[in-house]
Design a protein around this ligand. Sequence first.
Ligand SMILES: *Cc1c(COP(=O)(O)O)cnc(C)c1O
Length: 378
Amino acid sequence: MIPGPTPVPEKVLHALCKHPIGHRSKEFQTLIESTTKNLKWLHQTQNDVLTITGSGTAAMEAGIINTLSKGDKVICGENGKFGERWVKVAQEFGLEVIKIESEWGTPLNPEEFKKVLEEDKHKEIKAVILTHSETSTGVINDLETISSYIREHNTALSIVDCVTSLGACNVPTDEWQLDIVASGSQKGYMIPPGLSFIAMSEKAWEAAEKSNLPKFYLNLKAYRKSLLSNSNPYTPAVNLVFALDEALKMMRDEGLENIFRRHNKHKLAISNAIKTLNLKLFADEKYLSPSITAINTGEIDAEEFRKIIKNKFDILLAGGQDHLKGKIFRIGHLGYINDRDIMTIISAISKVLLDLGKISAQEAGAALVMASKYLDSK
Ligand SMILES: *Cc1c(COP(=O)(O)O)cnc(C)c1O
């Protein structure tokens, strides 16, 4: 139960083990036609959604280098490890970064974006780069509000890391007019790592005409051109595309509303059960990510706790990163996760706390009652 790679359904695993086919074949074109249609459905968009062989970072880097030019001024939202990464990428390519920060565990403040964008009278800010669901802390940022301020600015593009929000909660690309939405296969898509996705608005394509940053493999114009014939500029990870097609069909069968409801229910079951176990949620409770819950272990060493859970129950939890190492652990509940998984992890955590003498049997029981109450909710 880490936030990626996430569990892969059996159907998808079977799709992976088919013999690869030629990526210039008619069969492959039919496959791309299907995945493209379903990717647009998932992104709730009419924009192009391109598939890149590479992890989520490739899609984010592609978004940045295809639309911006050396010396461009950008805003980067930073309230965790991934926000930090996009600052590094932007700086590496010679962009001038204005950081809007918030303490790890708290959300970015949309009003700070508004202020900086409003003060930019000469429209020098070319993009706002931010992470929707900050996986390192379990915080969801208020993308809806921030994107409305970006639209009011009228020049800056929105470049959004939706890696652990897409396929977990509502990301209406067109309604929020998001210019660039990046995601990766090993998260909400329920397939192994290796593919990433990038939705590009018309405004983003217009910016691509002026961009002068170096790029070759990640030059998205080539991907757009070959997508017209349901193809790919280079040899894609063909078997992952088989898997993608199967996973997207499963998602369509479940339906977006049901997917979002399931993730929300699991988030509530975990966060409320955790509170009955005398543990603290690391993130601001009003801004909990639908995909991942970070838990503060207090005086218990979180790394030691993770080890016990792994040894006793064979469940892998994620640790804290950087200064949070040993202080928090993170439960991934993204993608192919069901109610049983939630009951199992709450039981496992309760059992370990009981053994450590941190809670009573009553409290352990209460946590399960609490989790099941939320799982039963509609
Ligand atoms: C997993 C993840 C990524 C992508 O990382 P890769 O290792 O490149 O796939 C980006 N952003 C967030 C928020 C993530 O959780």
